[in-house]
Write a protein that binds this ligand. Structure first.
Ligand SMILES: CSC[C@H]1O[C@H](OP(=O)(O)O)[C@H](O)[C@@H]1O
Ligand SMILES: Nc1ncnc2[nH]cnc12
Length: 290
Protein backbone atom coordinates (compact mmCIF):
# COMPACT_ATOMS: atom_id res chain seq x y z
CA UNK A 1 0.00 0.00 0.00
CA UNK A 2 1.19 3.50 -0.88
CA UNK A 3 0.24 6.65 1.01
CA UNK A 4 -2.19 8.73 -1.05
CA UNK A 5 -1.34 12.30 -1.91
CA UNK A 6 -4.07 14.09 -3.83
CA UNK A 7 -2.69 16.87 -6.00
CA UNK A 8 -5.06 19.49 -7.35
CA UNK A 9 -4.01 21.72 -10.24
CA UNK A 10 -6.25 24.76 -10.06
CA UNK A 11 -7.05 26.62 -13.25
CA UNK A 12 -8.42 30.08 -14.00
CA UNK A 13 -10.22 31.44 -10.96
CA UNK A 14 -8.78 28.91 -8.48
CA UNK A 15 -5.51 30.13 -7.01
CA UNK A 16 -5.67 28.48 -3.57
CA UNK A 17 -7.77 26.08 -1.53
CA UNK A 18 -8.90 26.49 2.05
CA UNK A 19 -9.46 24.11 4.95
CA UNK A 20 -6.07 22.32 4.83
CA UNK A 21 -4.51 21.34 8.16
CA UNK A 22 -0.82 22.32 8.46
CA UNK A 23 -1.12 24.36 5.26
CA UNK A 24 2.29 25.47 3.96
CA UNK A 25 3.35 27.02 0.65
CA UNK A 26 6.46 25.07 -0.35
CA UNK A 27 9.06 25.90 -3.01
CA UNK A 28 9.89 22.88 -5.16
CA UNK A 29 12.79 22.91 -7.61
CA UNK A 30 12.84 20.58 -10.59
CA UNK A 31 15.28 19.70 -13.39
CA UNK A 32 12.67 21.13 -15.77
CA UNK A 33 12.71 24.59 -14.20
CA UNK A 34 10.41 26.24 -11.68
CA UNK A 35 6.77 25.18 -11.41
CA UNK A 36 4.00 27.75 -11.89
CA UNK A 37 4.20 28.77 -8.23
CA UNK A 38 4.93 27.40 -4.79
CA UNK A 39 2.83 24.37 -3.93
CA UNK A 40 0.39 24.42 -1.04
CA UNK A 41 0.68 21.24 1.01
CA UNK A 42 -1.28 20.02 4.02
CA UNK A 43 -3.89 17.49 5.01
CA UNK A 44 -7.63 17.29 4.46
CA UNK A 45 -9.50 14.73 6.59
CA UNK A 46 -6.10 13.21 7.38
CA UNK A 47 -5.19 12.70 3.70
CA UNK A 48 -2.10 14.37 2.22
CA UNK A 49 -2.96 17.12 -0.26
CA UNK A 50 -1.01 19.34 -2.63
CA UNK A 51 -2.40 22.30 -4.53
CA UNK A 52 -0.72 24.09 -7.44
CA UNK A 53 -2.26 27.12 -9.17
CA UNK A 54 -1.62 26.40 -12.86
CA UNK A 55 -1.29 30.03 -13.87
CA UNK A 56 0.42 31.04 -10.60
CA UNK A 57 -1.14 33.28 -7.94
CA UNK A 58 -2.19 36.47 -9.69
CA UNK A 59 -2.58 34.58 -13.00
CA UNK A 60 0.89 35.28 -14.36
CA UNK A 61 1.45 32.38 -16.81
CA UNK A 62 -0.27 32.33 -20.22
CA UNK A 63 -1.54 28.89 -21.30
CA UNK A 64 1.40 28.46 -23.73
CA UNK A 65 3.95 29.34 -21.04
CA UNK A 66 2.64 27.27 -18.14
CA UNK A 67 5.67 25.16 -17.12
CA UNK A 68 3.78 21.89 -17.58
CA UNK A 69 6.81 19.59 -17.18
CA UNK A 70 8.03 21.34 -14.03
CA UNK A 71 4.50 21.22 -12.56
CA UNK A 72 4.06 17.48 -13.03
CA UNK A 73 7.63 16.72 -11.96
CA UNK A 74 7.22 18.86 -8.81
CA UNK A 75 4.00 17.08 -7.83
CA UNK A 76 5.58 13.66 -8.41
CA UNK A 77 8.67 14.72 -6.45
CA UNK A 78 6.45 15.74 -3.51
CA UNK A 79 4.87 12.27 -3.50
CA UNK A 80 1.61 12.91 -5.37
CA UNK A 81 -0.25 9.77 -6.44
CA UNK A 82 -3.36 11.33 -7.97
CA UNK A 83 -3.68 14.54 -9.96
CA UNK A 84 -7.00 16.31 -10.40
CA UNK A 85 -7.04 19.09 -12.94
CA UNK A 86 -9.67 21.77 -12.43
CA UNK A 87 -10.19 24.01 -15.48
CA UNK A 88 -12.49 26.54 -17.03
CA UNK A 89 -13.79 25.54 -20.47
CA UNK A 90 -16.14 26.51 -23.25
CA UNK A 91 -18.93 24.10 -24.20
CA UNK A 92 -19.90 22.72 -27.62
CA UNK A 93 -23.03 21.00 -26.31
CA UNK A 94 -26.35 22.64 -25.49
CA UNK A 95 -26.80 20.31 -22.51
CA UNK A 96 -23.37 21.12 -21.06
CA UNK A 97 -24.44 24.53 -19.87
CA UNK A 98 -22.47 27.27 -18.13
CA UNK A 99 -22.18 26.29 -14.46
CA UNK A 100 -22.08 22.56 -15.26
CA UNK A 101 -19.00 20.40 -14.67
CA UNK A 102 -17.70 17.83 -17.17
CA UNK A 103 -15.52 14.93 -16.02
CA UNK A 104 -13.50 14.79 -19.22
CA UNK A 105 -12.25 11.43 -20.50
CA UNK A 106 -10.75 12.18 -23.93
CA UNK A 107 -8.64 14.91 -25.47
CA UNK A 108 -7.86 16.29 -28.90
CA UNK A 109 -4.50 18.02 -28.72
CA UNK A 110 -4.32 21.04 -31.02
CA UNK A 111 -1.51 22.73 -29.08
CA UNK A 112 1.76 23.23 -30.95
CA UNK A 113 4.06 25.51 -28.97
CA UNK A 114 4.71 23.47 -25.82
CA UNK A 115 7.16 20.84 -24.58
CA UNK A 116 5.06 17.69 -24.49
CA UNK A 117 7.31 14.96 -23.12
CA UNK A 118 9.89 14.29 -20.42
CA UNK A 119 11.55 11.86 -22.82
CA UNK A 120 13.65 12.60 -25.92
CA UNK A 121 16.70 11.33 -27.80
CA UNK A 122 18.93 9.70 -25.20
CA UNK A 123 15.98 8.08 -23.46
CA UNK A 124 13.08 7.46 -25.83
CA UNK A 125 9.75 6.31 -24.38
CA UNK A 126 6.26 5.83 -25.77
CA UNK A 127 3.47 5.54 -23.20
CA UNK A 128 -0.07 4.41 -24.08
CA UNK A 129 -2.61 7.24 -24.13
CA UNK A 130 -5.77 5.71 -25.59
CA UNK A 131 -7.42 6.28 -22.22
CA UNK A 132 -5.71 9.43 -20.94
CA UNK A 133 -7.71 9.80 -17.73
CA UNK A 134 -8.00 7.41 -14.79
CA UNK A 135 -11.51 5.91 -14.43
CA UNK A 136 -11.01 5.21 -10.71
CA UNK A 137 -10.04 8.80 -9.99
CA UNK A 138 -12.76 10.11 -12.31
CA UNK A 139 -15.32 8.02 -10.36
CA UNK A 140 -14.26 9.78 -7.15
CA UNK A 141 -14.49 13.19 -8.82
CA UNK A 142 -17.93 12.47 -10.26
CA UNK A 143 -19.18 11.15 -6.94
CA UNK A 144 -17.85 14.17 -5.03
CA UNK A 145 -19.47 16.49 -7.58
CA UNK A 146 -22.86 14.76 -7.29
CA UNK A 147 -22.66 14.87 -3.49
CA UNK A 148 -22.04 18.62 -3.78
CA UNK A 149 -25.20 18.94 -5.95
CA UNK A 150 -23.18 20.02 -8.96
CA UNK A 151 -24.71 19.34 -12.37
CA UNK A 152 -22.02 16.99 -13.63
CA UNK A 153 -21.57 15.17 -16.96
CA UNK A 154 -19.47 12.01 -16.96
CA UNK A 155 -17.29 11.75 -20.03
CA UNK A 156 -16.52 14.25 -22.73
CA UNK A 157 -13.85 15.18 -25.22
CA UNK A 158 -11.79 18.26 -24.38
CA UNK A 159 -10.18 20.05 -27.29
CA UNK A 160 -6.95 21.69 -26.15
CA UNK A 161 -6.16 24.76 -28.24
CA UNK A 162 -3.00 26.84 -28.15
CA UNK A 163 -4.63 30.20 -27.49
CA UNK A 164 -4.34 32.71 -26.02
CA UNK A 165 -7.01 34.06 -28.39
CA UNK A 166 -10.35 32.28 -28.33
CA UNK A 167 -11.44 30.32 -31.44
CA UNK A 168 -12.83 31.80 -34.63
CA UNK A 169 -16.44 30.94 -35.43
CA UNK A 170 -15.27 28.57 -38.20
CA UNK A 171 -12.98 26.73 -35.77
CA UNK A 172 -15.67 26.57 -33.13
CA UNK A 173 -18.14 25.02 -35.60
CA UNK A 174 -15.55 22.59 -36.95
CA UNK A 175 -14.52 21.34 -33.48
CA UNK A 176 -18.19 20.86 -32.57
CA UNK A 177 -19.72 19.53 -35.78
CA UNK A 178 -16.91 17.71 -37.56
CA UNK A 179 -14.52 16.74 -34.77
CA UNK A 180 -17.10 15.87 -32.12
CA UNK A 181 -15.40 17.75 -29.30
CA UNK A 182 -17.59 18.52 -26.26
CA UNK A 183 -15.58 21.22 -24.49
CA UNK A 184 -12.63 23.48 -25.25
CA UNK A 185 -9.82 24.88 -23.15
CA UNK A 186 -6.17 25.81 -23.41
CA UNK A 187 -4.38 23.83 -20.72
CA UNK A 188 -5.19 20.15 -20.31
CA UNK A 189 -2.60 19.24 -22.93
CA UNK A 190 0.24 18.47 -22.53
CA UNK A 191 -0.59 18.21 -18.82
CA UNK A 192 -2.46 14.90 -19.21
CA UNK A 193 0.30 13.41 -21.40
CA UNK A 194 2.96 14.35 -18.87
CA UNK A 195 0.96 12.97 -15.94
CA UNK A 196 0.77 9.63 -17.78
CA UNK A 197 4.53 9.68 -18.41
CA UNK A 198 5.06 10.37 -14.71
CA UNK A 199 2.83 7.39 -13.85
CA UNK A 200 0.29 9.58 -12.05
CA UNK A 201 -3.44 8.92 -12.11
CA UNK A 202 -5.01 11.97 -13.80
CA UNK A 203 -8.62 13.15 -13.85
CA UNK A 204 -9.92 16.39 -15.28
CA UNK A 205 -12.96 18.33 -14.23
CA UNK A 206 -13.83 21.04 -16.72
CA UNK A 207 -16.09 23.79 -15.38
CA UNK A 208 -18.22 25.17 -18.21
CA UNK A 209 -18.05 28.95 -18.36
CA UNK A 210 -19.45 29.69 -21.84
CA UNK A 211 -20.66 28.32 -25.19
CA UNK A 212 -17.53 29.42 -27.03
CA UNK A 213 -18.76 31.09 -30.23
CA UNK A 214 -20.99 28.60 -32.01
CA UNK A 215 -24.27 29.06 -30.11
CA UNK A 216 -26.77 31.21 -32.05
CA UNK A 217 -28.50 32.38 -28.84
CA UNK A 218 -25.35 33.32 -26.96
CA UNK A 219 -22.82 35.96 -27.83
CA UNK A 220 -19.23 35.08 -28.58
CA UNK A 221 -17.06 34.18 -25.60
CA UNK A 222 -15.01 36.88 -23.90
CA UNK A 223 -13.14 37.03 -20.62
CA UNK A 224 -15.88 39.03 -18.88
CA UNK A 225 -18.38 36.23 -19.48
CA UNK A 226 -15.87 33.61 -18.37
CA UNK A 227 -15.05 35.44 -15.15
CA UNK A 228 -18.71 36.04 -14.34
CA UNK A 229 -19.45 32.30 -14.52
CA UNK A 230 -16.19 31.39 -12.80
CA UNK A 231 -17.23 33.34 -9.71
CA UNK A 232 -19.98 30.78 -9.07
CA UNK A 233 -18.04 27.80 -10.44
CA UNK A 234 -14.89 28.19 -8.41
CA UNK A 235 -16.84 27.89 -5.13
CA UNK A 236 -18.41 24.66 -6.43
CA UNK A 237 -14.94 23.47 -7.44
CA UNK A 238 -13.68 24.03 -3.90
CA UNK A 239 -16.61 22.06 -2.44
CA UNK A 240 -15.87 19.19 -4.83
CA UNK A 241 -12.21 19.12 -3.76
CA UNK A 242 -13.21 18.84 -0.10
CA UNK A 243 -15.13 15.63 -0.93
CA UNK A 244 -12.13 13.86 -2.44
CA UNK A 245 -10.13 12.64 0.59
CA UNK A 246 -13.06 10.65 2.01
CA UNK A 247 -13.52 8.97 -1.37
CA UNK A 248 -9.87 8.20 -2.09
CA UNK A 249 -8.63 7.27 1.40
CA UNK A 250 -5.20 7.77 2.96
CA UNK A 251 -3.62 4.70 1.38
CA UNK A 252 -4.03 3.27 -2.08
CA UNK A 253 -3.59 -0.06 -3.81
CA UNK A 254 -1.98 -0.17 -7.28
CA UNK A 255 -4.17 1.59 -9.85
CA UNK A 256 -6.51 -1.02 -11.38
CA UNK A 257 -6.09 0.73 -14.73
CA UNK A 258 -2.30 0.69 -14.65
CA UNK A 259 -1.70 4.47 -14.60
CA UNK A 260 1.02 3.97 -11.98
CA UNK A 261 2.81 1.43 -14.21
CA UNK A 262 2.61 3.34 -17.50
CA UNK A 263 6.38 3.22 -18.06
CA UNK A 264 6.71 -0.52 -17.45
CA UNK A 265 7.28 -1.35 -21.14
CA UNK A 266 7.53 2.16 -22.60
CA UNK A 267 11.27 2.88 -22.69
CA UNK A 268 12.89 1.91 -26.02
CA UNK A 269 16.47 3.09 -25.68
CA UNK A 270 18.98 0.37 -24.80
CA UNK A 271 20.42 0.77 -21.29
CA UNK A 272 23.98 1.29 -22.58
CA UNK A 273 22.83 3.95 -25.08
CA UNK A 274 20.95 6.15 -22.62
CA UNK A 275 22.12 9.72 -22.00
CA UNK A 276 23.23 10.06 -18.34
CA UNK A 277 22.31 13.77 -18.26
CA UNK A 278 18.74 13.05 -19.35
CA UNK A 279 18.49 10.10 -16.95
CA UNK A 280 19.47 12.41 -14.09
CA UNK A 281 16.59 14.74 -15.02
CA UNK A 282 14.19 11.81 -15.08
CA UNK A 283 14.91 10.81 -11.47
CA UNK A 284 11.48 11.70 -10.06
CA UNK A 285 9.36 10.96 -13.11
CA UNK A 286 10.88 7.65 -14.16
CA UNK A 287 13.17 6.64 -11.30
CA UNK A 288 11.01 3.57 -10.66
CA UNK A 289 11.96 1.98 -13.97
CA UNK A 290 15.44 3.43 -14.63
C1 LIG B 1 -9.88 32.88 -18.48
S1 LIG B 1 -10.46 32.23 -19.99
C2 LIG B 1 -9.18 31.28 -20.77
C3 LIG B 1 -8.29 30.48 -19.86
O1 LIG B 1 -9.09 29.79 -18.88
C4 LIG B 1 -8.78 28.42 -18.94
O2 LIG B 1 -7.69 28.17 -18.05
P1 LIG B 1 -7.60 26.85 -17.16
O3 LIG B 1 -7.70 25.70 -18.12
O4 LIG B 1 -6.27 26.90 -16.48
O5 LIG B 1 -8.75 26.92 -16.19
C5 LIG B 1 -8.42 28.22 -20.40
O6 LIG B 1 -7.77 26.98 -20.62
C6 LIG B 1 -7.58 29.41 -20.68
O7 LIG B 1 -6.26 29.24 -20.25
N1 LIG C 1 -14.38 29.13 -24.98
C1 LIG C 1 -13.19 28.86 -24.46
N2 LIG C 1 -12.15 28.52 -25.27
C2 LIG C 1 -10.94 28.24 -24.74
N3 LIG C 1 -10.65 28.27 -23.44
C3 LIG C 1 -11.65 28.59 -22.60
N4 LIG C 1 -11.68 28.70 -21.27
C4 LIG C 1 -12.94 29.06 -20.92
N5 LIG C 1 -13.73 29.19 -22.00
C5 LIG C 1 -12.95 28.91 -23.08
Amino acid sequence: MTETMIAVIGGSGIYDIDGLDDATWTTVETPWGAPSDQILTGRLDGVKMAFLPRHGRGHVHAPTDVPYRANIDALKRLGATDVISVSACGSFREEMAPGDFVVVDQFIDRTFAREKSFFSSGCVAHVALAHPTCPRLSDAVEDAARAAHINVHRGGTYLAMEGPQFSTLAESKMYREQWGADVIGMTNMPEAKLAREAELCYASVAMVTDYDSWHPDHGEVDVTAVIATLKGNSEKGRTLIKGLPARLGSTRAPCPHGCDRALEYAIMTAKEKRDPALLAKLDAVAGRVL
